[in-house]
Design a binder for this molecule. Structure first.
Ligand SMILES: C=C(O[C@@H]1C=C(C(=O)O)C=C[C@H]1O)C(=O)O
Length: 247
């Protein structure tokens, strides 16, 4: 049987899922690759993978998709790894750099800037700016370097009263039901055994990995996070539309 091509995020936040896969038999049925989020998205768009833990912003670029399973990379309040780092208070940001590894958080920043903070900074692809979006392990221990650090999951919660889902397990074609169930069971095992996983991981003085995996990342894709996902996609369509019509 052909193996299912799976692309998962290469960051620490995905370790519980990998732990679950490594402790299950389903791994033999997968061709697993670890990629930065932007590449997980692109692989599903280009049909170089069948299933991925993909940034939710990329769902709008898939002609067919199914969110599979009960798990995600989410947060209920502060996530502690998705920030706008800034030298100035948010109201004074006039230029901002996005993170090339991100799809969801770049667009979350755009949504919050336009609809919540009512600011309209120039978005730069690279170079010096007042502020930058940064996600994942590269943010660990860096908060103190900046005058202001806006946690985007926390700001989304302040704005909407909802939790957030950054990335969801998605298929770009129908997948065998039994395989889907096996995959979901492996993911559940990993989420349920985070304490065991943490015992095997190196600790850092500048970042609390235990708190991050146990309390900041919220892995269960529940109704509230689904509601948040739908709202986020509505906002994103609005913003993209206004960009297109402004051209
Ligand atoms: C919480 C995070 O969630 C992530 C953010 C993503 C994005 O911005 O596109 C995609 C996948 C997740 O890894 C993080 O990476 O810190």
């Amino acid at each position: 049987m052909e193996k299912l091509r799976v692309s998962a995020v290469s960051y620490t936040n995905t370790k519980p899922f990998l732990y679950g896969l490594e402790h299950s038999n389903v791994l033999d049925k997968l061709e697993l690759s670890l990629d930065i989020p932007a590449d997980c998205a692109q692989k599903l768009i280009d049909d170089k993978a069948d299933v991925g833990l993909i940034p939710v912003a990329a769902l709008l670029r898939l002609p067919y998709y199914e969110i599979i399973g009960d798990y995600c990379i989410g947060a209920t309040g502060a996530v502690n790894s998705v920030f706008i780092f800034s030298d100035v208070p948010v109201q004074q940001i006039s230029t901002i750099c996005l993170d090339p590894q991100s799809r969801t958080s770049n667009n979350l920043a755009r949504i919050l800037m336009k609809k919540y903070w009512n600011i309209d900074p120039v978005i730069l692809q690279e170079g010096e700016a007042d502020a930058q979006v940064l996600i994942g392990d590269r943010t660990f221990g860096r908060k103190q370097e900046f005058n202001y650090a806006y946690d985007l999951a926390e700001e989304w919660m302040n704005f909407t009263g909802l939790p957030f889902a950054f990335a969801v397990w998605t298929a770009n074609k129908p997948v065998n039901e039994q395989l889907k169930a096996e995959l979901n069971k492996a993911l559940a095992y990993g989420v349920d055994h985070r304490v065991d996983l943490l015992k095997t991981m190196d600790k850092r003085a500048d970042f609390d990995i235990d708190d991050y995996l146990l309390h900041k990342i919220d892995y269960v894709f529940d109704d509230k996070k689904h509601q948040a996902l739908n709202l986020y996609l509505e906002f994103l369509k609005e913003i993209d539309h206004s960009l297109i019509s402004a051209v």
